[in-house]
Design a binder for this molecule. Sequence first.
Ligand SMILES: [Zn+2]
Length: 191
Amino acid sequence: MTSRLNRLAVALLATALATLGVTVANPSPASAAMTICYNTSQAGNYAGTASQAASIWNNATVNLTLTANCGSNLRIYQITGGGSYAVRTSLGNGRVYIDTQQAAQYSPLRIMTHEIGHILGLPDNYNGNCSLLMSGGSAGTSCTNPYPSTAEANRVSNLFAGTFAATERSTDRAGADIFRDSWPSMLTSVS
Ligand SMILES: [Zn+2]
């Protein structure tokens, strides 16, 4: 809000000075990218996977930048058992848990980018379509696609641009959104 007012003030000043024959350089761009600092100190074997996932999201979107270990908007944890899941406390903030047992069956990178997708505002879409990231485990273990679709990436960009309703940004709601994911076990028992 402050920067918006500042830009408005600069714009008004520029207009005023222009009438006096003075030119002023353009103020800073309308929306600076939000930096999401992710912390891999407890990511165990998946710290590198988190970096790959961050690059994928950074390449696919605008208005946000995931940066390693500059803070802890997003903490990545390695766990064993119980399933991978994400806890979004607000848009761009939360925790991601990667279950080593699921990551032994499904692509760890796909799990990582999917769970980070929740932190970036996306819901699950379990329709079995491997071209979607948020279809998660519904696309089966053979699906290793770690990339968001254009629609998924654009939705994230739009959320961070603030073009969606405030209620959808969930920054002012009490509590956290927990995405306890279904990456179904593909272990079969022979009876
Ligand atoms: Zn999910």
